[in-house]
Ligand binder design. Structure first.
Ligand code: P6P
Length: 341
């Protein structure tokens, strides 16, 4: 990187963004900075996970019935503590907690936003050193200011998101987030402990060649999914090998590659998971908001993910997300098989 080129930190960037809109109060920027602080604390533990007694099983299961890792618990508690002390957050909902948490100090009653998060997505990959991540979604409250937040604050559809994004703890640590103004990526510069703008104005390539799915579930998919996967594999017999298959099994990592290189990530419904596996409020909605802000598409297979009206905090939804061309093609196979059925 040209040493003369000034590094723009996340704080500087969010302040510049706020100045573009005189009516902006800077509260959302402050909340994003709080989330970045929590992610730096989590990153520190993730990076030395192999060396200290923070690896391994916590010996409990979460509301999803998933075995909790010690790092899951650490990440969850770090985000809750940082956001509880934020002046901008009235409450949180976490993939690791049964129910939402309204912060009880009267100061938080006047905070405008609530945050939903998956504190450490893909944590089953920790012991194999595969990339993992934090996913977050920020909504403006619908409940009355001056009082505790309510469940309705956490059951808003994705089309009401104010901001959403992820932190990927990989070969480098990056924070990527979207507002209605677009998507920007920041890489952690460890020597100064700051996230610095490294990927301005990110766009998902409209044409993608990578399909990302757990093909081990193929026999459980419906005919539409099977025909789309067959299309991908059959096409590779022709000249030009149009498709590659990539699957890391950590949504943040698979999504980050899809955003940068293009392609489609799918976790469809199958015979044993009629709504798929991924959680609407903590995984599907924040990723859909970000991908659509980057020019991509995100669907349940029938409707836009962002238009789903949540009824349960931990509900799951099938997801097809990524480059316009591939999502549209996959949905055409799903629709065709349903027309025939
Ligand atoms: P499977 C990780 O457990 C996760 O929630 C996502 O990060 C990932 O995309 C998915 O599950 C992987 O699920 O069934 O392919 O192992």
């Amino acid at each position: 990187m040209n040493p003369q080129r000034k590094l723009i930190t996340l704080d500087e960037f969010t302040i510049q963004e706020t100045r573009r809109f005189p009516q902006a109060t800077g509260e959302l920027s402050a909340l994003l900075r709080d989330i970045s602080l929590a992610s730096k604390m989590i990153n520190k533990q993730v990076n030395k996970a192999g060396l200290v007694d923070i690896l391994g099983k916590h010996g409990a299961t979460n509301v999803q019935g998933e075995e909790q890792m010690k790092l899951d618990i650490y990440a969850n508690e770090t985000l809750i503590n940082v956001l509880k002390n934020s002046s901008e957050c009235a409450g949180i909902a976490s993939e690791e907690n049964d129910d939402h948490v309204c912060f009880e100090d009267t100061f938080s009653f006047n905070s405008k936003y609530v945050v939903l998060f998956d504190p450490l997505d893909g944590s089953s990959n920790i012991d194999v050193n595969a990339p993992i991540g934090t996913i977050f979604a920020i909504y403006r409250r619908v409940s009355e200011l001056g009082k505790p937040c309510t469940k309705e604050d956490f059951l808003q559809p994705g089309n009401r998101l104010m901001a959403a994004g992820y932190v990927i703890y990989g070969s480098s640590t990056m924070m990527v987030y979207a507002t209605k103004l677009g998507v920007n990526g920041f890489t952690l510069e460890p020597s100064i402990g700051e996230f610095c703008l490294s990927h301005p104005n990110m766009k998902c390539p409209e044409v993608g060649k990578i399909y990302s799915i757990n093909q081990g579930n193929t026999e459980k998919y419906d005919d539409g999914m099977k025909s789309f996967l067959n299309h991908c594999m059959e096409s590779n017999k022709e000249e030009g090998r149009p498709y590659s298959h990539r699957y890391i099994g950590s949504m943040v990592a698979d999504m980050h590659r899809t955003l940068i290189k293009g392609g489609i990530f799918m976790y469809p419904a199958d015979k044993s998971n009629k709504n798929g596996k991924l959680r609407l409020q903590y995984e599907c909605n924040p990723m859909a908001f970000l991908m659509e802000a980057a020019g991509g598409l995100a669907s349940t297979g029938h409707v836009d993910i962002l238009d789903v009206q949540p009824t349960e905090l931990h509900q799951r939804e099938p997801i097809f997300i990524g480059s316009k061309n591939l999502v549209t093609k996959a949905l055409s196979y799903v629709a065709a098989s349903e027309t025939v059925a």
